[in-house]
Design a protein. Sequence first.
Length: 214
Amino acid sequence: MVVHSWCLLLALPAVGAIALAPGASIRAATAALHHVFDGPAVLRTSQQLEELTNVRIPGSGGTHEILAYAARPSSAPAGKRLPVLLLLHEFFGLNGAIVEKANGLAEDLNCVVIAPDTFRGVTTSFVPRAIWLALTTPQSRVNDDLDDVVRWAARQEYADTRKLAVMGFCYGGGKAIRYTTQVGVALICLISSKQFILSSKRLIIYTRHLLMKR
């Protein structure tokens, strides 16, 4: 089995390179401090994640379940097994934006897209907490969960895990790279520029090419 991994990396300009109007620096600093020290604007609980997701995947050892969102193209013929794309969320956790991406990719690539909750029950829009979640989520645990997701997908009559790719955004890109290398399978990684990310047509064409390769 060959697993392909995508790492999407968006380079941002250095803070010092941004020209600010008089007084803007004070306003920017105030806004930054407000964002850092105030509580999270959105912090979903396990119950809310259950409403967002549509599958529960048994974890190794029977100690936990992995919440995930699985998307299939609306035009998929019954009984046909489709390539599988694992979609790993950024450091905010699994959220509505990732679900929308899963639905869109499933339609555009004609594949099964599975977006698992690698934080096991929490997602946030509060950047300091998002950083903490990213730093304290061990790669070994993510690897175990992704292995469980792949095994679950292999048992579904509509999924062909012989054609498997991993796509990750931000935190998810790093986890995708480490997963595909640490489990001992082949790796193809693209570190993308902003220009390439914005070219969604090229992204779809290249990902479709990876999914169709055996």
